[in-house]
Design a protein around this ligand. Structure first.
Ligand code: NAD
Length: 558
């Protein structure tokens, strides 16, 4: 529900440049639907899911208003039933990407000069469409294409995306009223211009909302964008792109360009018009792009801005004073929801020997009840298959490592099967070596590694958590003892960009927990927070003087 409340339209037209209305916008977090048996949202979702059953959607590249097909045809497969081709699409080649760059740059000026209130309306309308008539379609495409359960699709593709659009539109409008001081006889005005050039938005497979935000927010701020969606999220990404267009986004502002990653990366980083990269994905991909930008630095008109939100090796630290029930249930959700394919998923846990028997019993009890399967046919599925054959093979290597290493013991799960879909069992592994790679590297699958420590050594364990992994995305501390909570906060100050006390490491909400981490986890630009929109502007300050200059000498000169 959106409430537009216009404060006194503090128009300052007499002062030339400052003619914008100074408005404050109230928005609230979109509620999460429950999808209970008999509810209207469940009925609508089931209708959308059955409409997509066995279907293959044709998805072109879109440059301007033109739908383009190249000869490089690809398919998006459903992770839990890889015989189902969800989408047929094509890869943009270098020429098409360059054509898209030219068309975008030509459209930039007019879009940048469009008042922010008008640009914001596109996002408000898109948010309303996703909250209403388009919700079931986008959810169904996220479930079938990315293998999400009902609730995981809902929290991602509805409230998170809707909140990104509404809150960023609000922040963009409110930014206009953040102005410098005037002085006698002159005014100062900050113009929040878009970046000169184009923004390359490169999105991951795991969140429909992230793709919409990576492309949509720079566009909101007056930029033109080339959006390269993930091959494994094509269907939902195209649905979001279409909603934006149907909500009034003009052609050429966001170009929709499925492409081979390196082909796209090479093309955008070699264009002199590259103004920014808005990336979410893995560390190696972001490092490659950063290096290419560095190598091409002399060719750019501007210094490109690089925003990258990358991986994590997120921890749950458990102190002897912790509430065991919260630890067990929070860890099960964090480690296994969406098959551990959230960048914030807990994948290393540190438990004191005093609590371990109880924690272990709790984890193993729940493990027996976790259903892994087809999230469309069976709504009681807790998580489904991992995204594709490459992920499956990578996770399988970790399971093989666990089975063959003398430091590791598989306590539960450990098997996988890709005959129908890319299914991996929820797996709990105990490590006697806190430095084993399973405790430090991102796995991105339903695998939880546990290190059991002597309770008295918890201070050393906090240091261990801080220096075991190159990542610093999310982490959680479970303790009832306030001294320990305070102590942990100091030691782990740089170990996580999103830090939780007595809560699991996943589940950030736009405007409540703006998201991102530092170290290898990225540039920590905090999408979902009020500062994010600033990243996509290049402000110009205009001083206008109303009193003529009548003297060139200074008084002290006599
Ligand atoms: P990925 O790096 O494989 O791919 C991300 C995107 O980059 C895809 O669109 C891919 O096609 C593209 N790409 C690949 N090579 C490229 C190149 N050379 N140039 C340009 N683009 C290229 O990541 P993924 O598997 O899609 O996503 C999983 C990763 O994303 C995990 O590491 C996860 O932790 C991270 N992630 C982080 C956050 C966060 O907010 N920190 C959120 C979601 C996902």
């Amino acid at each position: 529900m959106l409430l537009l409340r216009v404060r006194s339209a503090a128009s300052q037209t007499a002062r030339g440049f400052r003619s914008f209305p100074c408005s404050a916008v109230e928005v609230k977090n979109e509620p999460i639907f429950g999808f209970k048996e008999g509810s209207s949202e469940r009925r609508e979702l089931q209708e959308a899911l059955s409409g997509l059953k066995g279907q293959t959607e044709d998805i072109p590249c879109v440059v301007g208003d033109e739908h383009v097909w190249t000869s490089d045809i690809r398919y998006q497969l459903s992770p839990f039933n890889h015989s189902h081709k969800v989408a047929k699409f094509c890869y943009a080649d270098k020429d098409l990407i360059n054509r898209a760059i030219e068309a975008s740059v030509a459209a930039r000026r007019e879009w940048d000069m469009t008042p922010v209130q008008d640009r914001a309306q596109v996002l408000f309308r898109a948010a309303d469409a996703i909250a209403g008539p388009k919700r079931a379609e986008i959810l169904a495409k996220t479930m079938i294409g990315q293998g999400k359960t009902v609730v995981q699709a809902e929290i991602d593709a509805a409230p998170e995306l809707i909140d990104f659009f509404r809150f960023n539109a609000k922040h963009a409008i409110e930014l206009e009223s953040s102005q410098p001081l005037d002085s006698e006889g002159s005014t100062n005005t900050m113009l929040y211009r878009g970046l000169e050039g184009f923004v390359a938005a490169v999105s991951p497979f795991n969140f429909t909302a992230i793709g919409g935000n990576l492309a949509g927010t720079p566009a909101l701020m007056g930029n033109v964008v080339l959006w390269k969606p993930s091959d494994a999220a094509l269907s939902s990404s195209y649905a979001v792109y279409r909603v934006l267009r149907e909500s009034g986004l003009p052609p050429n502002i966001i170009q929709f360009l499925p492409a081979d990653g390196p082909v796209f990366g090479d093309a955008v980083t070699s264009s002199p018009h590259l103004a920014a990269i808005n990336f979410t994905g893995s560390v190696p991909t972001f490092k490659r792009l950063w290096k290419q930008v560095a190598q091409n630095l002399d060719t750019y008109k501007n210094f490109p801005r690089l925003a990258g939100e990358c991986g994590g090796k997120n921890f749950h630290f458990v102190h002897g004073s912790a509430c065991v029930e919260s630890v067990v249930k929070g860890t099960v959700r964090s480690a296994f929801e969406y098959g551990g394919q959230k960048c914030s998923a807990c994948s290393r846990m540190y438990v004191p020997d005093s609590l371990w028997p109880e924690v272990k019993r709790g984890l193993l009890d729940i493990h027996q009840g976790i259903r892994v399967g087809d999230p469309v046919e069976d709504f009681s599925t807790f998580f489904s298959a991992v995204i594709d054959d490459k992920s499956f093979a990578r996770i399988k290597r970790w399971l093989d490592h666990a089975k063959s290493s003398p430091n590791l013991r598989v306590l539960a799960g450990g098997n996988c099967d890709d005959s129908k879909g890319y299914f991996v069992e929820p797996t709990i592994i105990q490590s006697t070596d806190p430095k084993d790679p399973i405790m430090s590297e991102e796995i991105f699958g339903p695998v939880l590694a546990v290190y059991v420590y002597p309770e008295k050594d918890y201070k050393e364990v906090l240091q261990l958590i801080d220096n075991t992994s190159p990542f610093a995305l999310t982490g959680a501390v479970f303790a009832q003892d306030q001294t320990v909570i305070d102590e942990a906060a100091k030691v782990l100050r740089n170990a996580a960009g999103n830090y939780y006390v007595n809560d699991k490491s996943t589940g950030s909400i736009v405007a409540q927990q703006p998201f991102g981490g530092a170290r290898a986890s990225g540039t920590n630009d905090k999408p979902g927070g009020p500062h994010y929109v600033l990243r996509w502007t290049s402000p110009q300050v205009v001083k206008q003087t109303y009193v003529p200059l009548t003297e060139w000498k200074y008084p002290y000169m006599g």
